[in-house]
Design a protein around this ligand. Structure first.
Ligand SMILES: N[C@@H](CCC(=O)N[C@@H](CS)C(=O)NCC(=O)O)C(=O)O
Length: 200
């Protein structure tokens, strides 16, 4: 299988952490892709019509895209139990919370990087940060017991989202007032899968 990849992408990181945690890293060849919303890589566009990484090109089936689809496929392939039946709706909701946080964090970077300076909207940027901030508060107040339970995809998505905040939005000091989540990430970030995929 070929993974369309960039080391800076938090969504690619979800897939990489999943590959490592499930012992499938050697089954995948990484193809580095430089893409953006205003200059989509041609090979990526032919693999994923919406032009986003990650995309997983398979020999025995159609290409998969969107980290949620790819991670679920990899989990099923390895029978790893990262989407445990007993707490499936919590796991999927936690993954969606983390991905929503990450989407908003990526959107801020794109606004600053790709929009002409005179058109950059601070209101829009702050609106995106408000989404990040509410998601962080929800993690701190509602999800700590799930985060401290057995490893699942919700935790991996949160780990990659928080890693992206450190990578691109360090100045926002997301840890302030969120001691439980900070302590959790301190520990989670020490996993080999997280250390070996750290961006930057
Ligand atoms: N929902 C998607 C989001 C993927 C995504 O936003 N990827 C970014 C890189 S972090 C991308 O490819 N951006 C290029 C673009 O938007 O054209 C997923 O979970 O895979």
């Amino acid at each position: 299988m070929k993974l369309m990849h960039s080391p800076a992408s938090p969504f690619v990181r979800k897939v990489m952490v999943t590959l490592i945690e499930t012992g499938q890293l050697d089954d995948v060849e990484r193809v580095n892709v430089a893409t953006s919303p205003i200059a989509t890589d041609a090979e990526l566009a032919s693999a994923n019509p919406v032009g986003k990484i990650p995309a997983l090109i398979r020999e025995n089936g159609p290409t998969l895209y969107d980290s949620r689809v790819i991670c679920r496929f990899l989990d099923a392939r390895a029978e790893a139990g990262l989407y445990p039946e007993k707490r499936i709706w919590d796991t999927l909701t936690l993954e969606a919370t983390a991905d929503g946080l990450t989407d908003a964090a990526v959107a801020i970077v794109y606004e600053e990087r790709f929009r002409p300076k005179e058109h950059v909207s601070m209101d829009w940027i702050e609106g995106q940060w408000a989404k990040v901030s509410r998601a962080l508060d929800a993690l701190e107040t509602r999800w700590m017991s799930h985060l401290n339970g057995p490893l699942d995809m919700g935790q991996i998505a949160v780990g990659c989202g928080l890693g992206y905040l450190d990578f691109r939005h360090d100045v926002r000091s997301w840890r302030t007032g969120r001691e439980g989540l900070s302590a959790w990430f301190e520990k989670f970030g020490q996993r080999e899968s997280m250390l070996s995929t750290k961006p930057g």
